[in-house]
Write a protein that binds this ligand. Structure first.
Ligand SMILES: [Zn+2]
Ligand SMILES: [Zn+2]
Length: 447
């Protein structure tokens, strides 16, 4: 018979049993977490030394020879079969470990033509010739040095714990991400035909958008479609004192620039993301000469393919319309010289890996996020029909991050001369996240 007293006893008994269970589970999780932390801690000093070395020796897009050679040597040393010069300076490292899935993890290799001003003891002082032959400063101001170092540490851990997974692991060092040409270069050079074709592709990127120690997870569209346009508007040149004898392309260009701003504000549905930025205008040589042409350089960013199409068509319509309205002797030329598709995070894979990261890094350190406005050529791999997951890695010093948030300001973004991630916690988190995701994907019957 169940009396009130009995009931109370049973409930407390049940509570005790469930507390015991929870405690046992926690203890198992804690042991696993401690082991994971220990292997990351053990790999960190070497990874940090590599980071400092790479940071001091940045290389421009397409010229990553030293960086690629270093990466290749590190991966070879821990047992990977390494092929160099894939799509230029690209590196492909394969580790076969029995039957199972094939999983690819990617890092970029390149740095930027930016003069570093971080004041770090190992700040870059490097200058190099760019593709146009100009002398430019070079700095790792996008954090790709951190990605390479974390990937090398991950490579070592995976190679040394082959009993924890099975399948084929492919690590790639991709050149020329900043010029959104390296991924297609590697694909065209046989990345998915000369080497095992991946079932899943993974990558991450550090930024100051999150404090170091945290990661951001985005399902679906992760970043923007990017289109680079070069527009040449034609006029009729002449003397600056006699505009009536000319068609002034500078005035046409000015009207065009303002009219282009109505695309996002008046044509695209409110709430749909669209950016039309005119990043440069080149025209003329002297104040009293009306030139015969003006050149505009644009970057166009969108998320949805239909909005991308709408914006590009509107740019053509407005540019041609303004030229016609000015009496231009010739239709403008519009050259779309670079294009990158938005990175798409496979929703099922994302949901699955979100739970894996919750487990590996602690729930509080995994944040669900909306898409970012930047662009990336990781989309090329996804475009080949390979489900992808691209993770945001927190890089901000947590204290500075909180201070900036309280003050309503922002820490220096990627590409800023001041961009300097908080390497220790960011790299620990990167390695832990990579290892957890790879082991999950490469486990028996991997989800
Ligand atoms: Zn980057
Ligand atoms: Zn970048």
């Amino acid at each position: 018979m169940l009396t009130a007293k009995n009931l109370a006893t049973s409930i407390s008994g049940l509570a005790l049993v469930s507390w015991g269970l929870a405690h046992a589970q926690l203890a198992t999780a804690a042991t696993a977490a401690t082991a994971a932390t220990a292997e990351v801690d053990a790999a960190y000093p070497k990874a940090y030394a590599l980071y400092v070395d790479l940071h001091e020796h940045p290389e421009l897009s397409g010229y990553e020879t030293r960086t690629a050679a270093k990466l290749a040597a590190e991966l070879r040393a821990v047992g990977y079969t390494v092929t160099e010069h894939v799509g230029g300076t690209g590196v492909v490292a394969v580790l076969k470990n029995g039957p199972g899935k094939t999983v690819m993890l990617r890092t970029e290799l390149d740095a930027l033509p930016v003069e570093e001003q971080t004041g770090l003891t190992f700040a870059s002082k490097v200058h190099a010739k760019d593709s146009a032959g100009r002398d430019v400063p070079v700095g790792h101001m996008c954090g790709h040095d951190l990605h390479i170092s974390a990937l090398v540490a991950t490579a070592g851990i995976m190679a040394h714990t082959r009993d924890s997974w099975h399948g084929t692991l492919i690590l790639i060092g991709q050149p020329a991400e900043e010029t959104i040409s390296g991924a297609s270069g590697m694909v065209h050079d046989g990345l998915f035909t000369r080497f095992p074709r991946p079932d899943v592709a993974l990558a991450l990127h550090v930024s100051n958008e999150l404090p170091a120690g945290k990661v951001g997870v985005t399902s679906g569209i992760y970043d923007s479609n990017a289109d680079s346009l070069r527009i040449t508007i034609y006029g009729k040149g002449g003397h600056g004192s006699a505009p009536h004898l000319t068609v002034d392309p500078i005035v046409t260009a000015a009207r065009t620039i303002l009219a282009l701003q109505t695309i996002a504000s008046r044509e695209v549905m409110p709430g749909d993301f669209a950016v039309v930025t005119v990043g440069y205008i080149n025209a003329g040589t002297k104040n009293n000469i009306i030139p015969d042409r003006a050149e505009l350089g644009l970057t166009v960013r969108t998320y949805k393919p239909e909005v991308r199409k709408q914006v590009l068509e509107a740019i053509t319509r407005i540019t041609n319309g303004e030229a016609q309205a000015s009496g231009a002797p010739k239709t403008p030329t519009i050259d779309r010289y670079e294009a990158a598709d938005a990175v798409y995070n496979d929703p099922a894979l994302t949901q699955h890996l979100h739970a894996v990261l919750d487990n590996a890094l602690d729930k509080d350190n995994v944040v669900a996020q909306g898409p970012i406005t930047a662009s990336e050529d990781f989309s090329v791999y996804v475009g080949q029909g390979i489900p992808g997951f691209y993770l945001s890695l927190g890089g901000a010093d947590p204290q500075k991050y909180e201070l900036a948030r309280a003050a309503g300001t922002h820490l220096p973004s990627n590409h800023s001369p001041l961009f300097a991630p908080d390497v220790d916690p960011a790299m620990h988190t990167a390695i832990a996240a990579e290892v957890a995701m790879l082991r999950d994907q490469l486990k028996a019957g991997g989800g």
